[in-house]
Design a protein around this ligand. Sequence first.
Ligand code: UT7
Length: 331
Amino acid sequence: MTKRTAAITAVGGYVPDFKLTNKVLETMVDTNDEWITSRTGIKERRILKQEGAGTSFLAIKAAEDLIAKRGLNPEEIDMVLLATATPDLPVAATAAFVASEIGAVNAFSYDLQAACSSFLFGMSTAASYIESGRYKKVLLIGADKMSSIIDYTDRTTCIIFGDGAGAVLFEPNEEGLGLQDEYLRTDGVGRQFLKIDAGGSILPASKETVENKQHYVYQDGKTVFKFAVSNMADVSAEIMKRNNLSHEDVDWLVPHQANKRIIDATANRMGVDHDKVMMNIQHYGNTTSATLPLLLFDYESQLKKGDNLIFAAFGGGFTWGSIYLKWAYSK
Ligand code: UT7
């Protein structure tokens, strides 16, 4: 009997209309287009301006896009997983609200948080539910409203992040397509380098934490950069090695979009040509949980059934890893 694999069978995406360009950032903080472009590769990012709209707004739009394109009856969805570092509310699962709003009334749902690796780890979770035979349709959404946790007077972080969402559907596959292998890692040494100090259980919100701007993302960029470069390249090279993949066998590298220099270093280490590297950081910046599905959304028309995709991500915690997936359909 062939093993039941878990394949991605549909993709959706959404970014808000408002573009925050490098030129506009030049008027907000002491920075310039040349610095941002050469150090990060980012030209603009999208920001959700609508009052009262949180991450669920983005997630719902991406899910609705997938549902419409695929002609899916949302009542058939068994499970909704929302990968996010910016839930609507601290306690109530944002995924539950998203599932209800998209009409996934027969699904159960929850949020999954592993910083910038949330979606990658979510792929592992979603695929496991399918491979086990427990569920047949798992909707995995990666969504983040990063603008809600960014200090727009801090030039070291406000130039990097943007808002967005992407969604994929995982279903069983009998041809051996879909997720082939994963190599997922974490190291708690990382939490001092990329974090939000207040608002969690260690330091609950207070007048002081607000005054001290402790509810915004803090990043020791240089240190995170060093860890990201070596670890993303290591896991990507390792997953190729243990699956006997040469650079010619890899059709696409699907890397987390944190910094073009990290992406280039990962591709170089893998020996993969740059025209096989998915990249949209110039348009969206770092959308945290949404980077990987937004790449699939933008590149979907170029993907062919049987293509070998290597996903790689690195994020706060630290959390990082790589996934090898065979694409299951041609457009
Ligand atoms: O997705 C989660 C994982 N996150 C990442 O992977 C991000 C990893 N880190 C990075 O991508 C990079 O470290 C940054 C893009 C955040 C920063 O780039 P960098 O090349 O590491 O710059 P740096 O922090 O070493 O700063 C170099 C200089 C400093 O000035 P001095 O001390 O040399 O005088 C900074 O103050 O650049 C200055 N600087 C800026 N200048 C203009 C920092 N931010 C800016 C800015 N505009 N926006």
